[in-house]
Design a protein around this ligand. Sequence first.
Ligand code: NI
Length: 173
Amino acid sequence: MAVRKILTYPDEVLRKPAEPVADIDGRLQQLINDMADTMYHAPGIGLAGNQVGAPCRVIIFDVSAKDEPRDLCVVINPEIIESGGEVASEEGCLSVVDYSAEIKRAQFVTVKGFDREGNPVLLKKEGLPAIVLQHEIDHLNGKLFIDHISRLKRELYKRRLRKKLKEKRPRRL
Ligand code: NI
């Protein structure tokens, strides 16, 4: 178990589509355990494999309330097979520092994939878990939530981030 480093925009790894998982082996279980540690530590409610530099199609999420017991959900090779409706909500991302924006998503989705034991799963979700599933599956396809906002808003964010990174850079004497 270990907390891994979360890659942040504009890291190019986040832009590469992740590869399907071929073997659900010990290495993958280790990755899932580390991803859970990393997500809860952050804290966040969802994480995709490529966010911790593992370019494979695994997502995890936990949308349980703070006063409820943890409810970790793992989906390997997730695929949206049905979606409908529309909902707009404020989204942020562990890989997009200091930014959130209102994003339109499908209101409900049906996702198929496998659990960590390799059993096929079919998730029918609405509301927050549906939004999280779409957000995390976007990650596996190299897409970030800021790709859903207007070009102008994205440029403003990039400018702000560049400024921030510049300020952070230590002076070389
Ligand atoms: Ni994210």
